[in-house]
Design a protein around this ligand. Structure first.
Ligand code: PHE
Length: 373
């Protein structure tokens, strides 16, 4: 029996001395595991005589139960200590001030885009989009740019490498190719419309705006290689310059939130409009700030014109039946004018400080002019 007494004393002492849960677990395996010291003793019972087993059995089983209980007790104590240590280390210090929270801002271009869409939507314009990577046909040919004509270079075009068919795509230099895409879609539907009249209550066949990214190899304070344009296109019967003028003047008054808009149309040249014009608005630049609607200065705001008969023919429309106007705004530039950014390049420099200053809160009060925030 002394062997059991010694073993129990040794094990009990080791359990009490176990410094942590891992050491205790090692002890448990050494005593009660498959070939642990107590387990080996239990295995000897089988080979004993019944008398011997009657005596040794309860002794060994008792030893096993007491040691198991001691290990369980020590384990609970160790775990409690470990939890206390952890709780002390991970305590949240509520007296510490929180790190400053950086709030995202709406980029001025996106803000201006929302404002523009809201105004044109109210005037009954729908929205159309097209791809940033365009083919030569949509970006130039269908828009009446003569083949090999230097006008194609006029835009400082980014050409893509030749594809397997020997075709060179471009990063679209303007949103005007979407005019072509929209009119081509119209043309597919045209036979039904001619037979039944246009869809809706006498709605004109086309009234769309086309916002999007555009690209030209150009960079200075008023030009960035990537910028945003908004195209407008109206096609119907008997559309004339008067409609164009009213549309642009109405838009400018709403956008700049001023009833005082005076415009002038300067003759210009675009291959896809005839006549073509640039529209200027009266402004005041004194005092380093631009005020629209007053003063002695003029500022160019938008390129526009009546859709060239060749463009209509290129999409299969009969110019004697259909006329229309188109215009193209620089969205970023319009934003810079309204919100006073001196250098367009900063708009896309991804400087968080700039965005903090010029950006808009996503939860701002609605803009009275547009109903948008
Ligand atoms: N696409 C022209 C440009 O980018 C702008 C424009 C659009 C002019 C529509 C006339 C009509 O300069």
């Amino acid at each position: 029996m002394t062997d059991l007494t010694t073993l129990e004393a040794d094990l009990a002492a080791a359990v009490t001395a176990a410094p942590d849960v891992a050491a205790l677990e090692a002890l448990r395996v050494a005593a009660l595991g498959k070939s642990g010291s107590i387990s080996e003793l239990l295995k000897t019972l089988g080979a004993m005589s019944p008398d011997e087993r009657r005596e040794r059995g309860p002794a060994i089983n008792g030893l096993r139960d007491r040691i198991a209980a001691a290990i369980a007790g020590r384990k609970a104590a160790l775990e409690a200590v470990e939890l206390d240590v952890k709780l002390a280390a991970e305590r949240v210090d509520l007296t510490l001030s929180p790190p400053p929270e950086r709030q995202g801002r709406v980029h001025p271009t996106m803000q201006v885009l929302d404002e523009m869409i809201a105004i044109f939507a109210e005037m009954g314009f729908g929205l159309a989009e097209g791809p940033d990577i365009e083919d030569d046909f949509h970006n130039f040919t269908a828009l009446n740019f003569p083949p090999k004509h230097p006008a194609r270079e006029m835009h400082d075009t980014f050409w893509l490498p030749e594809d397997e068919r020997g075709e060179r795509k471009v990063l679209r230099t303007h949103t005007s190719p979407v005019q072509v895409r929209v009119m081509q879609r119209l043309n597919e539907k045209l036979p039904a419309w001619v037979a039944n009249g246009p869809p809706g209550n006498g709605e004109p066949p086309i009234r769309v705006i086309v916002p999007g990214r555009t690209y030209r190899s150009d960079s200075d304070a008023t030009h960035t290689p990537m910028f945003h344009q908004m195209e407008g296109l109206v096609i119907d019967r008997a559309i004339h310059m008067g409609h164009l003028k009213w549309t642009l003047e109405t838009f400018i008054a709403r956008y700049f939130e001023t009833p005082l808009v005076e415009t002038r149309f300067r003759p210009h040249h675009f291959p896809f409009t005839e006549p073509s014009a640039e529209m200027d608005v009266r402004c005041d630049r004194s005092g380093g700030e631009v005020r629209i609607g007053q003063g002695d200065d003029w500022m160019e705001i938008v390129g526009c014109g009546m859709v060239h008969p060749n463009v209509l023919k290129n999409v299969g429309l009969d110019p004697d039946q259909w006329q229309g106007f188109a215009f193209g705004f620089g969205i970023d530039r319009l934003g810079a004018l309204k919100y006073g950014m001196p250098d367009l390049r900063d708009m896309f420099a991804s400087d968080a400080r700039w965005l903090e200053h010029y950006g808009f809160s996503a939860f701002a009060a609605p803009n009275p002019a547009t109903g948008l925030s």
